[in-house]
Each structure stands twice: as C-alpha cells, then as structure tokens.
Write a protein that binds this ligand. Structure first.
Ligand SMILES: Nc1ncnc2c1ncn2[C@@H]1O[C@H](COP(=O)(O)OP(=O)(O)OP(=O)(O)O)[C@@H](O)[C@H]1O
Length: 271
C-alpha cells in the first residue's frame, strides 16, 4: 500500500511565516464554512469528500477501473462546482469585495421618509410595488432592463409610477444616491424552492435580487396590502408603519455613537 501521507512532511523548525500561513488558511476555511453553512453546498461537499475517499481507497487497493472512473470525475469536479454554484459564488465574491469602511448610510433621513410614506400610501390603496434601494453592489445590469428617470425622490412620484395606468408600473423602481434612478426594471427570480407558496412573482423577484446583491427591497402586495422588507435572501413582513420605520432606520441611518465615558464625565464637570 503506498504511503498516502508521504507527500506531507513537517519542517524541522517552525518559522513565523508558517504560523501566518496556518492562520490565513484557517481563516479562509472558517469563512467558507460560514458562507456555505445551511446551503446545498454542504451536501455537495460531503459527496465530493466521499468520492475523494473512494479514490484513495481504490488507489490503495489497486482497483484500476474504479480508480480511472473516479479520477475523471474528480478532475472535472471544479468545473461542475462552478456551474452548479454560479449564483452562490457570485454572492460570496460580492460579499468579500465589500469594504468595511463604506457605511450603509447612503440615504438621507428625509429620503427615507419619502420612501416610507410612498410605500404606506401604496399599501393603503392596494397598489402593488417593488422598490429597490441600492447600496454597495451596483445594479446596472437590472437598471438597463428598465427606463432611466433620474428624478428627485418624492413620495408622490413614487406612488404615481406604480399606479396601474402608468406605463412604468410593471417591474421595479431603483433608488440610487437619493434619487429615483430608474423604473420598470426586471429582476432575477429566486430559485429558492422553500419560498412560502402565498408569494407570487413580485416577491420571488425581490428575493432573487436580494440573494445576489446587498440591495434592500421593499415589496408591497397588491393582494394582501402587506409591506415586506427583503434583503439577504429573507422576506420580512412588516407589522405596521412603525416597524417599517424602525427596520429601515436601523439599516440605513448610522445611529449617533455614544461618547466615551471620560468625555461625558468632562462635559458634566464643565459649568
Ligand atoms: N422578474 C420581475 N422583475 C420585476 N418585477 C416583477 C417581476 N416579476 C413580476 N414582477 C412584478 O410583479 C407583478 C406581479 O406580481 P404577482 O401578483 O405575481 O406577485 P405577488 O408576489 O403575488 O404580489 P401581489 O401580492 O402584489 O399579488 C408584475 O405585475 C410585475 O410588476
């Protein structure tokens, strides 16, 4: 039986680079586990491990036909993985490319108020709507499917776009940098099979975009009047206007940081 571990040898002395190397690899493996946890990638990884194990066994036991079959399967596994997980890989790379320095406060409080008022008004009138608030991930490929508006963010205009008689009511509105950037945009539908059956195409489209980007999407149901905040592959129905306001402010407005204790103490001492 060939020595399977003969290729691995431990260095006689440990260098600081080895420690850094181990830490970096551990961090990458940890991030990959976090990213794939709870997804179908876990089952696929388990399947690939079983194939790899069988391959090692077939090599050890000299089972030539099985070895040949498994080798050809293992050599194309990278390609198969990329094809099956193209959406997940895209999401993971987007996630990695995000800079921790760019805060999500890319929308002013007044603009948020306009959006909330519009969404509440649309819901009261039983008008379906889909409003996307762009964040760090660019949405150009979806914007190109619609019409550029590039206008001031006003609740009246938002409501008017979604009126059934409006030529732009079908599809989604994109809010970008505090402006109504485009309308009638077509979004990718989610392939999630476990989505609640009561949701139709509008919500599937919102979910699809949220799975691929960091955008925050507001969906108003024409049927139930329910307002939902969709992001990160999750649809969260809003109980009432207050809840909607709290959730959106939490996402977009950076709360004022409390001053450190010593600063507050100095302030207090001052006359
Ligand atoms: N891929 C898509 N991209 C953007 N908007 C879409 C897409 N698919 C459907 N829509 C919008 O959703 C509307 C249809 O919604 P549908 O009734 O199927 O969804 P729903 O989730 O059940 O919403 P509602 O509760 O309002 O009925 C379309 O008129 C269109 O405006």
């Amino acid at each position: 039986m060939p020595d399977l571990f003969s290729t691995f040898s431990f260095p006689s002395s440990f260098r600081w680079q080895d420690i850094a190397d181990i830490l970096i690899v551990s961090f990458i493996v940890y991030r990959i586990i976090i990213l794939i946890r709870g997804t179908r990638a876990v089952q696929m990884l388990a399947g690939a491990l079983v194939i790899a194990l069988l391959y090692f066994l077939s090599t050890a036991l000299d089972l030539l036909a099985l070895q040949l079959l498994l080798r050809s399967l293992l050599s194309s596994i990278l390609l198969i993985t990329v094809i099956i997980f193209q959406d997940d890989i895209r999401r993971a790379l987007t996630e990695m490319g995000k800079t921790p320095f760019l805060k999500s406060s890319n929308i002013a409080a007044d603009d948020l108020t306009q959006i909330i008022s519009a969404v509440v008004s649309l819901s009261r009138r039983r008008i379906g709507a889909l409003i996307i608030i762009e964040r760090e991930t660019g949405l150009q490929e979806y914007v190109e499917t619609g019409f550029i508006i590039d206008s001031k963010l006003l609740q009246e205009l938002l409501v008017a776009i979604f009126l059934t008689k409006s030529p732009l009511h079908d599809g989604a509105v994109v809010i970008k940098k505090g402006k109504i950037h485009s309308a009638a945009c077509v979004l990718p539908l989610s392939k999630n099979l476990s989505i609640d059956k009561r949701y139709g195409m509008r919500h599937r489209a919102a979910l699809g975009l949220s799975e691929m980007t960091d955008a925050v999407i507001l969906a108003v149901s024409e049927e139930t009047q329910e307002i939902s905040v969709v992001r990160g592959g999750v649809i969260t129905p809003m109980r009432d206007e207050e809840k909607l306001e709290t959730v959106l402010k939490d996402i977009f407005l950076v709360r004022e940081k409390k001053a450190p204790l010593w600063q507050r103490w100095i302030k207090k001492k001052r006359p």
